[in-house]
Every structure is written in C-alpha cells, then in structure tokens.
Design a protein around this ligand. Structure first.
Ligand SMILES: [Zn+2]
Length: 74
C-alpha cells in the first residue's frame, strides 16, 4: 500500500475558470518598411499585415481618418 501525499485527493477537474479572464492578447506588430499613402511618412510597423490592396496609413493619418469617420452621435 503506497502512501499518497494527499495531492491526488482534491483534483476537481474543470471547476475553476481561471482562464477566460485575460482575453486581451498583446497585439502583434508586423515589422517592415512601408510608406503612408497619405503623407508619405515612413512606416516601420503595422498592427496588421498589408495585403497590398488597401492603402497603408501611418498612425497619424489612421487616427485622423478615424476621427473623421461620421458617427451617429446626437
Ligand atoms: Zn500618414
């Protein structure tokens, strides 16, 4: 008869949900060398991989575009 140290007694499987709280993964930045299609600024990293179809915007232009986006905010 072996003597277990009691580590196997409380093995409630799947009762705890410690996963699922941190769903925010760190955003992966893609390093490269592009040019902003608006102000021709140099872009060295992007939060997404450019597909060659969409214009690549630098951070400032991207923010400006988002700011110009019409919102239904009365
Ligand atoms: Zn720009």
């Amino acid at each position: 008869m072996y003597n277990s140290h009691g580590s196997d007694q409380r093995h409630s499987g799947g009762g705890q949900n410690r996963f699922g709280q941190r769903s925010q993964a760190p955003r992966q930045m893609i390093q490269g060398n592009w040019q902003c299609s608006e102000c021709q600024a140099e872009i060295t990293e992007l939060p997404f991989e450019p597909d060659g179809v969409r214009p690549i915007l630098c951070r400032d232009c991207h923010r400006a575009k988002n700011a110009n986006k019409p919102r239904r905010n009365f």
